[in-house]
Design a protein around this ligand. Structure first.
Ligand code: ADP
Length: 679
């Protein structure tokens, strides 16, 4: 049964509310009208008032369970207790009918219908209601006018708007292999069409000059032989998705969360001279999510699908292909996540192709820069939605590159830090340093520079864990601790990994150190010693300082300019001014925040304008030409949240933090040698 939703609550929740309401009626009858209870339930028995009240109070408990569970389907003990209440109820009614013969068959079928349906439904959705941490994955549309102001916005949520695809967080996990995570290209096509229908009442499509988009990086779509012809001859009188069903070699696309390709990663790395060499050649080492290892796995395990594939698209180029009615090139920025593209020349590498799968070059096709035009809108969209025939489709790109554009990062020295469930750092440089830690991609708004990206698994959830243990579960107390403790934390340094960390590759564990000397002299003078636990305020400062010191150290080692010119902070924790002040002190630059969330969608809209502008001018022009001198009048405006003071004291503090960054990385290296994975 699909996990349908209505107004945000899954259908099972609505069902439990209905059953709870019926149970509430039984409570009323039990207490105040046992005649009705007798007719409806125990028609073959004499009932006493005390029996009615006992039945009423038991039913009140089960009714409470139904209502609580309806709103907390992800709560396992509550789900289990509610499920058992139906089992007990059914068992009770069955014994009353079969053994004690106090019920007629009509009574049994009514109560049995509700208990039985609930049992089956809850069983079917046993694992479908995980923690609220699962994000609502969606396709969003942001429409900018010529002044770069948002004039329309809408979204389609995959799980709730398209429940027939059975996704959770936009993907499906293989119950037999949790490492396998897939999604459906047909769902994305249907979402695109639904989104265009939703926007239509508010938008005159004939006035749209250009369209672009953002999609999760790494996912791959396998087009079957003959799909190009199907794409070019879509019938505008019919829906999009059904016409594409026969054009795919497989209805499932592996997504970035898929981690089932460890063996293929090691094979690709070995063939190209090791992990670091692969990072030097293609921009990143082989991660399980990367498209190359994913394609290799498809070739090795589903040979028939691979052989019948005419073209492989990334999710981004798949969506652009739908819009132009033909195969769109893979965008060079998004393509850097494949382990197939030479990061310097931006061409496919023959050795990487050969290490991945045979006859791959033709299946991948050509690459194009993110600001290039993929084509014009196909007759399908022109006729179905009344766009103009010359509406430009600009290359779609990945979600992080689009966020970079939406946060207005454009030049070397611009840095963004997203403090969300996981933390992400990305910035622009013209001299990237290949490393095992970060990913290097072409800059989506300037083909002459690069984007460097670092991903941390321990972000907000780990900060929350420290808050819950040492700050009474309150951000206010957390902030008071930060204000109470001095910068540099009196030489206390902490490494907090609640989840296995990617950067550095370390297992779960908290490590705490103190120094015999404060960070003022040389590195050699700073001798660390282990500490079991700090006082609560120091724990709080240690996690915040530690996370930013790590980000700064790794950003620098990947070639991002030091100090950055500015940082744009986003994500849930960027609402915390005190955290942003510490960020400014450690990085030595001002920190800004943005006015609008959804930077990826906004960035895609900005890139559409940028691509249109370059196309119109017949050459590449910097994206800043679009908003130079008037950024604060657009929807892309940023606000200064934490200045970097340039007093002697601030500069002196920055020098000490610089020393501490080095020390932190030195200790981190020792931890990796002792506990970590460096293959
Ligand atoms: P996601 O990555 O899931 O989109 P968000 O960017 O929405 O996450 O960030 C949510 C997180 O923000 C929460 O988990 C919470 O820990 C954190 N957060 C919210 N308010 C604060 C605050 N005042 N200080 C620090 N962190 C905060």
């Amino acid at each position: 049964m699909a996990d349908g939703r209505k107004g945000g609550m899954p259908m099972l929740g609505w069902w439990l509310m209905l059953v709870g309401s019926l149970r509430l009626a039984s409570v009323w009858f039990g207490f105040f009208n046992i005649w009705a209870l007798r007719v409806a339930v125990f028609s073959q028995a004499e009932m006493t008032e005390v029996h009615g009240r006992t039945f009423g109070v038991w039913t009140l408990l089960t009714c409470t369970l139904c209502f609580l569970c309806a709103f907390n389907l992800e709560n396992r003990p509550l789900y289990m207790a509610t499920f058992l209440s139906f089992i007990y109820a059914l068992g009770h009614f069955l014994t009353e009918y079969l053994i004690y013969q106090t019920m007629a068959v009509a009574n049994l079928s009514t109560v049995g219908f509700f208990a039985g349906t609930s049992i089956v439904w809850m069983l079917l959705q046993w694992n479908s209601h995980g923690s609220q941490a699962v994000k609502q994955a969606s396709l969003k549309a942001t429409v900018l006018d010529a002044g770069l102001t948002v004039v329309a916005y809408d979204s389609v949520h995959f799980d709730s708007d398209l429940p027939h695809y059975g996704t959770r967080g936009g993907v499906r996990r293989d119950p037999t292999d949790p490492a396998r995570v897939v999604s459906s290209p047909l769902m994305w096509a249907e979402a695109l069409e639904l989104l265009l229908h939703r926007l239509r009442p508010r938008l005159d499509y004939a006035r749209v000059a250009a369209v672009s988009g953002s999609a999760q990086q790494h996912g791959s779509v396998y087009w079957k032989e003959g799909a190009a012809a199907a794409l070019a001859s879509l019938d505008p009188a019919k829906n999009l998705a059904p016409q594409l069903a026969g054009a795919l070699a497989t209805p499932e696309s592996p997504m970035w969360m898929d981690s089932s390709t460890t063996a293929q990663c090691r094979e690709v790395e070995a063939a190209l001279g090791g992990a670091l060499e692969l990072a030097r050649l293609t921009g990143c080492r082989a991660h399980e999510r990367c498209t190359g290892p994913q394609i290799r796995k498809m070739y090795q395990t589903r040979r028939r699908v691979y052989d019948s594939t005419e073209r492989i698209s990334l999710v981004s180029s798949f969506m652009a292909s739908l819009l132009i009615g033909g195969y769109a090139c893979i965008d060079e920025t998004d393509g850097a996540g494949m382990n197939l593209m030479d990061i310097a020349t931006r061409d496919l590498r023959r050795d990487a192709l050969e290490a991945t799968a045979p006859n791959l070059q033709d299946k991948i096709g050509k690459l194009a820069p993110a600001h290039a035009a993929a084509g014009t809108l196909s007759p399908y969209f022109v006729q179905r939605f009344q766009f103009t025939a010359n509406c430009l489709v600009v290359q779609w790109s990945g979600d992080n590159p689009n966020s970079l554009a939406g946060l207005t990062l454009s030049d070397p020295g611009d840095l963004a830090i997203s403090l969300g469930t996981s933390d992400t750092v990305f910035g622009i440089t013209d001299l990237p340093e290949p490393s095992l830690d970060g990913n290097i991609l072409p800059n989506p708004v300037d083909p002459n520079t690069y984007m460097v990206m670092l991903c941390y698994k321990n972000g907000s959830l780990t900060r929350e864990d420290v808050r819950n243990h040492y700050a009474e579960g309150s951000w206010d107390v957390f902030n008071k601790h930060l204000e109470k403790t001095p910068p540099l934390n009196e030489g206390k340094l902490g490494y907090y990994y609640k989840e296995p960390e990617i950067l550095p590759p370390l297992p779960v564990g908290f490590h705490r150190y103190g120094f015999d000397n404060s960070p003022s002299g040389s590195l050699d003078e700073m001798v660390e010693h282990n500490i079991d636990q700090f006082d609560p305020p120091s724990e709080v400062r240690a996690i915040i300082e530690g996370q930013f010191l790590s980000m700064r150290g790794h950003a620098e080692s990947c070639g991002l300019p030091v100090p950055p010119k500015r940082i744009i902070a986003t994500g849930g924790a960027s609402s915390n001014q005190i955290i942003l002040k510490i960020m400014a002190s450690i990085f030595g630059c001002p920190v800004y925040t943005v006015q609008r969330p959804d930077s990826a969608s906004l960035g895609a809209a900005l890139r559409a304008a940028h691509g249109w502008f370059c196309n119109h001018q017949g050459r590449f022009l910097p994206v800043t030409c679009l908003h130079s001198g008037r950024l604060d009048k657009t929807s892309l405006s940023v606000k200064l949240a934490a200045p970097f003071g340039d007093s002697e004291e601030d500069i002196d503090l920055l020098k000490k933090y610089t020393l501490l960054v080095k020390k932190r990385l030195e200790i981190e290296q020792k931890l990796v040698e002792r506990y970590g994975r460096r293959s």
